[in-house]
Ligand binder design. Sequence first.
Ligand SMILES: *Cc1c(COP(=O)(O)O)cnc(C)c1O
Length: 230
Amino acid sequence: MSTIADNIQLVSSRIRNATQAAGRDENSVQLLAVSKTKPAEALREAYAAGLRDFGENYLQEALGKQLELADLPLIWHFIGPIQSNKTRSIAEHFAWVHSVDRLKIAQRLSEQRPADLPPLNICIQVNVSGEASKSGCTPQDLPALAQAISALPRLKLRGLMAIPEPTEDRAEQDAAFAAVQKLQASLDLPLDTLSMGMSHDLESAIAQGATWVRIGTALFGARDYSNPSR
Ligand SMILES: *Cc1c(COP(=O)(O)O)cnc(C)c1O
C-alpha cells in the first residue's frame, strides 16, 4: 500500500507537470489537503511529509482534529456548506473559508471574526454547473455579492471557488474551469485566488488558472462515510 508521503510525491509531481504544461510558475499553485473523514493521525503524517494547509467540510469533526493536532502549526480551511448557526465557530477556528455563497453568511463571519486574529480569507463559491449543483452563488449574483463582501471589515476577499459537475472529459473540465477564471477576471476587484481542481481534474484546473487545488482521495485514499466520528 502506498503511504501518504508517497501520495504527496505523486500529487506534487502532477501539480509540477501541470504548471509546466501551462507555462506557469510551479509555486503559483498550492496544495490544500482535504482531510474530511480522515483521522488526526493521517493529518499528522501529511504534516511530517511537508503539508501545512488542511481543508475540512464538517465543523464538529474539524474542531476535534484541531484539538488533537494543537501541537502542530497547521493552517485550517473550511470548505463545506455553511449553516448560519456555525459561523461563529468557523470565524474563530479557521484561517480561510472557501465556501461562502451568500451575503448573510459573510456578514456573520465578519462580525464574529475575533479582533485578535487577522482578517478571515474568503473565497466565494460560484456555481458554474447550473441545476446540477445546489451550492454556490449564480454567475448572475456574483458581481454584487463580491462587491458587498469586499467591503466587510473583518474579511479579506481572495477569489472564487468552484466544484464543477464531475466529468472525465477534459474539454468539459476545461470549459467549466475557464468559466470560473473568466468570472473572476470580470470582477473589478484585486483578487489573487482561484480554488478549483480536485483529485480527478487538477490538471485541467491548473491549466485554467487554479491557485489552490483541493485534494483528498489522491492523498489519503477513498473516504469511508460510515465512520461515526462525524
Ligand atoms: C471532498 C472535497 C474535495 C476533495 O475531493 P477529492 O476528489 O477527494 O480530491 C475538494 N473540495 C471539496 C469542497 C470537497 O468537499
